[in-house]
Design a protein around this ligand. Sequence first.
Ligand SMILES: [Zn+2]
Length: 450
Amino acid sequence: MTIKIFNTINRKKEIFRPVKSNSASMYVCGPTVYSHPHIGNARAALVPDILFRLLRRTYQTVTYIRNITDVDDKISDAAFKQNKTVYEISESFIKIYQDNMTSLGILEPTLQPRVTDNMPSIITTIKKILKNGFAYVSDNHVLFDTSKYKEYGKLSKRTLDEMIDGARIEIADYKKSPRDFILWKPSNENQPGWESPWGMGRPGWHIECTAMIKNIIGDDCTLDIHGGGNDLIFPHHENEIAQGSCMSSSKYCNYWFHNGIVLVNKKKMSKSLGNVILLDDLLKNNSSNTLRLALLSAHYRQPLNWSDSTLIESNNLIKKFTSLAKSYTGDISDYDDLDHEVVGILSDDLNTPEVIKYLSELAKGAKTSQRDLACLIVSAKFIGLDLLANNKVLPKSIDEDLIKSLIDERSKARSSGDFKKADEIRDKLLSMGILIKDLEGETVWDYNSD
Ligand SMILES: [Zn+2]
């Protein structure tokens, strides 16, 4: 099966051809671990998860690397504010991040390198860039000399002025040009630091990814796919290309793969607006199936608008699919090639909205055809929706009709102002393990096995 993906650097959909015919390598910029993952982090992990599943289906070996940035000034700030060590902050948020990702059914990457484990290779990478004449030392800093690298700006297609004005680039005395970026910077006694030829210090963010990639695939190898949110195109990925291309003569990466942002009720998520949706909170009230489907409802390159109705629609679809899956009595292995169609749809630039349409079509046929039903189960499974697992957690003793009638009764009680009765019904449902949630005038429910 031919896979086509949109390559940001060429601004077009291209046939994916890995460097080695039977294997593929993919690197995705992972989390900086200083706070709870939000819905944007979930999308940034789920989109490559779908690509990883597709690549695994197509190639014998897939090396999927997602790093962990465990040295950063944001981590140091969080540690200072909470009176903890940098290590305590990063360790606790690594655990939270990984637990959240597991709950969301995201496959573990092949490798998850941490910056703190890669300091020697980061220092070696900086030395190579210096030796090749693309960096300079100034006031205990090492800076990349952007004037020396003629291709700078090729990924983001920004002009020199746009790069200086648009990216809040720090203008500092030790820089030859405001475009130049930090490879190494000095640390004071309150900041994490490592011995280096340029004194006690720590790396800039961009060099970490380049050093970890090269350390894993080899200096003279080209990475097949590099992914991340499209907010990382400039300056982070632009700088990665510059570093990678100036420490080795081989091309840094062939395909640049970026996902769009998550908006909440059409607004950008921000702490100041108070509209940041944490994954922890969503996972309390929603199944992994519902959240995955909601996150995949928009094409990965488009912004995803998150609202109550996104959740309602996904929840309703999952209910429909899982209740159909309950009537499946056959053996999936009775049929061949059930995932052929879903693989085909995903192979065209990961078209998940089209997959969801396809699942809904299958659901129509699944009422009468065991093959369609088997196909629905297998195709959903391909994008990480486990329609059968949900059946297992819903005990036989739970009567869905009873739940629906209790929810109706509660809605009537609420609209007539009888909140006492409404609360009693909510408690009764809770005692049955049923969690309910009121979203945009509609009540949705989920079974909680805990
Ligand atoms: Zn990165």
